[in-house]
Design a protein around this ligand. Structure first.
Ligand SMILES: [Zn+2]
Ligand SMILES: [Zn+2]
Length: 353
């Protein structure tokens, strides 16, 4: 029997991708088949489109910020989501067996797998959700107040929730966010929601800075024009920022972060530095003598994903400013061009238009 076909964005080789007809995935045993309603385009998807990914074997379908409708449940399925239900799917599948999972620190899982890396992703009409994701993943029913295109972006927001939980921003604090991309914008809105007195956002790109204003930034610093460390002294009467978040891949900004933080301040290293770039030469004496806390976070667990969905539903993230572009699956290549040029904050692809 020949299989049903669907449209999907297939990456055949780095830089070579487009819509193809492929088989609709089988419903995995114990898992789900989703009709994809929305899938967010992430920075790491763009990198994979451009240059491949060490965990992805081409040809492959990426996309991991998904909302969709359950259209079938697999053999021996024991999950709670039923046919017709609209769910949001975070891509992470935790092993449930490593020391960290046993301690409940799923975000540190040694063996986690991801939809869109280990399993085919969501830039397609249908997506298979494996049994492991149903049992040990990050899946939520989409609240009736949220459209699928909005719920899809709970995934990147969950990573920010995780970071800010660790960063403990409290009322009256001054927060600097370096990087005005989608992540920097979310951090800005969240810092404001946490009660920060002053949120400053810095970027080398004036267009991005302007796009970040609606997220609640009190001050924008265009680092193509001024020295960030000097400018921050002026902004904080020489004291420094209580919290500095680096939301970009530039090593130099990590060096600056420890110079900008106030005594006793917290630094969240959110953006990873590409391995081929030089290690940043951080002045560790500043960490020592100024009693700084330098923290890292990556990915998230189900608790952060839930909180991200609550944040979206609460309106704390200005969605119309965050999701700047929505494209149909057919127009994926055109949309990806805009995103690759850095002209969008967040783009969501919706297969059924
Ligand atoms: Zn993402
Ligand atoms: Zn684990």
């Amino acid at each position: 029997m020949s299989k049903d076909k669907m449209k999907a964005v297939v990456i055949n080789a780095p830089g070579d991708y487009g819509i193809q007809m492929v088989d609709v995935p089988d419903v995995p045993d114990g898992g789900l088949l989703l009709q994809v309603l929305a899938c967010g385009l992430c920075g790491c998807d763009l990198r994979t489109l451009r240059s491949g990914h060490h965990r992805v074997t081409l040809p492959f379908i990426v996309g991991h910020e998904v909302a969709g409708k359950v259209v079938a449940t697999g053999k021996d399925y024991t999950g709670k989501w039923q046919e017709g239900e609209v769910i949001a799917v975070g891509p992470l599948v935790f092993c449930g067996k490593c020391d960290f999972c046993l301690e409940g620190k799923f975000e540190l899982c040694e063996n986690y797998q991801e939809i869109g890396q280990h399993f085919q992703g969501g830039f397609a009409e249908y997506l298979a959700i494996p049994k492991g994701a149903v049992e040990r993943g990050t899946i939520l029913t989409v609240p009736s107040t949220l459209e699928p295109w909005a719920a899809a972006v709970a995934e990147p927001i969950a990573s920010c929730v995780h970071a800010q939980e660790k960063g403990r921003i409290t009322k009256g604090e001054t927060v600097l966010i370096i990087g005005a991309g989608p992540i920097g914008c979310v951090h800005t809105a969240m810092a404001k929601a946490a009660g920060a007195k002053k949120v400053i956002i810095a970027d080398v790109n004036r267009i991005r800075l302007d796009l970040a204003v609606p997220f609640g930034a009190d001050t924008c610093i265009d680092t193509s024009q001024v020295n960030l460390v000097e400018e921050m002294k002026k902004e904080t009467e020489g004291k420094g920022a209580d919290v500095v978040i680096t939301a970009n891949p530039v090593p130099e900004t990590q060096v600056q972060a420890v110079e900008i933080a106030r005594k006793g301040g917290r630094i969240l290293l959110f953006g990873g530095v590409p391995p081929e770039k030089e290690r940043p030469g951080i002045n560790t004496n500043l960490i020592h003598y100024n009693a700084l806390e330098v923290m890292g976070t990556t990915i998230f667990n189900a608790r952060h994903y839930k909180k991200a969905m609550d944040l979206l539903a609460s309106g704390a993230i200005p969605l119309n400013n965050f999701i700047t572009h929505r494209f149909s699956l057919d127009d994926f290549v055109e949309g990806a061009k805009i995103a690759l040029n850095g002209e969008s904050i967040k783009m969501v692809i919706e297969p059924k238009w």
